[in-house]
Design a binder for this molecule. Sequence first.
Ligand code: UD1
Length: 433
Amino acid sequence: MDHIRIRGGNSLNGDIRIGGAKNAALPLMAASLLTDAPLTLSNLPHLADITTLANLLVQHGVDIHMEGDHEGRSLTLSAKNITSTTAPYDLVRKMRATALVLGPLVARFGQARVSLPGGCAIGARPIDLHIKGLQDLGAEIELEGGYVNAKTSGRLRGKEIVFPFVSVGATENLMMAASLAEGETRLVNAAREPEVIDLANCLVAMGAQIDGIGTDTLIIQGVEQLGGAHHRVIADRIEAGTYAMAVAVAGGAVRLTGANLDNLGAVAEVLRSAGLSIENGVVENGAAGGQEFISVQRENGRLIGVDVMTDPYPGFPTDLQAQFMAMMTTVNGASMVTETIFENRFMHVPELTRMGASITLHGGSAMIRGVPRLTGAPVMATDLRASVSLVLAGLAADGDTIVNRVYHLDRGYERVEEKLAACGAEIERIKGG
Ligand code: UD1
C-alpha cells in the first residue's frame, strides 16, 4: 500500500488545475443506462471511483470508450445492449454511489437487482429514501439476501414525493427514474447541489423535461424515451475548496484554474471570515476565450477561528468539514465545527490530535483550539475527505508526516502529491510497503 510523505513548512505558489467533479460524473455515468443512444461525457476526472462505476456499467453490458489524458478525459457510454440488470455485491460494496444504477435500470428495463451498499466508515448511510421513492413511482421492491429486487410491469408512474430530509443520491436516482416514468413527478425537498443541477442539465440535453432545476422542487414530465448527448462535467467544487484550504494552511498564493466560486456556496465567505483572500478571476486568452480561475492568497500572520455547521447546499459542505478542521487547528482563537449530515464523520480528529491539535468532541460538534504549530507524525487515513485533511495538516507541521492508507485519497483526488509539489510543497508518494 502506498504512503504519502510530507515535510511541512513550504508555502504554496503557482497554478493548480481543478478537475471535473467526481460527484457529478458518477450520476452522469449512471444516466447512460436511460438510453440506447451514446452519451459522451467530457472533463471526467481520473479517479478510482470513476473506474469502479465504469466496471459496474461494463458488467451490465454498457460499452465504454475512453479518450484523453489527465487534463480531462472523455467517456462515451453506450447502453444499447444491456446483458444484466444485476449490480453484484463485490462491485457495489466498494462505493455507495453504485446504488445510482437502481433508478435508471428499473425505469428503462422494468427490473433491477442491486446489492445494498451496507455501512461505510462515515456512517450507516442507508438507501431507504431511494427505495421508498421508487415504490411511490410504482416499483415493487423486495429486500432479499442483501439485495434490492425491484420490478415494474410497464412504465413507472409519476407521483409527488416529499423527502423527509435532503438526500443528494435519492434526488438523483429518482430524477433519473422519473424522466422515463408516465406522467408528472414532483420531487419536494430535493437536493440543490451543483452536481444535481449538472445531472438535470444533462438529462434535459437527452430529452428529459425537468422544471425547477436548482430549486428544492423538481417537476419532471416523464417521456417515453431519452436520446444521447454530449455533456461537459462541472468543475469539482470540493477539490477546489480543498486546495483553497491547503493555501490557508501553508500560506502563499495559488490560482485554481478551471473553477469558479459560483458553485462553492457558503465556503468562500467562511474562508474570507477566517482571513483568506479568495476571488474569481479570468485569464484573457485572445481568440481561445478566457480561462476562469479562483485566486487564493494568505498574507502573513495566522488565520482566525470561525464556527461552521455543515448543511445541504448552499450551506457548508460536509465533504469539506475535515479539511476545514485541519485548517482551524493552527488559527488564532477557537472554532466550533458541527457536523449535521453524517453521524460519524470525525475520524480525522484522533489523527489530527496525534499531530498536536487541540480538539474536544461533544456529540456532533468539535471544539478546536488553535495551537501555534502542529508536529509531523505517522497518521492513518480513514476515509476520502479525512485522508486529505491529514495531507493539509502535514503541509504546515514541523517535520515529516506520513499518511498511510492512501487508497482512500485516490478515490477522489487526482495526483494530489503532484499538484501540491508543483506549487512548492515537499510531498512525495512512496510506493508499496
Ligand atoms: C453525496 C455525495 C457525498 C456527500 C453527500 C452529502 C456523491 C457520490 N456523494 O452522498 O460525497 O458527502 O452527498 O453532501 O454524490 N440518507 C438516508 N437514507 C437515504 C439516503 C440518505 O438516511 O436513503 C442519509 C445519509 O445517511 C446521510 C444523509 O441522508 O446522513 C445525506 O446523504 P445523501 O445526501 O444521500 O448522501 P449521498 O448521496 O450518499
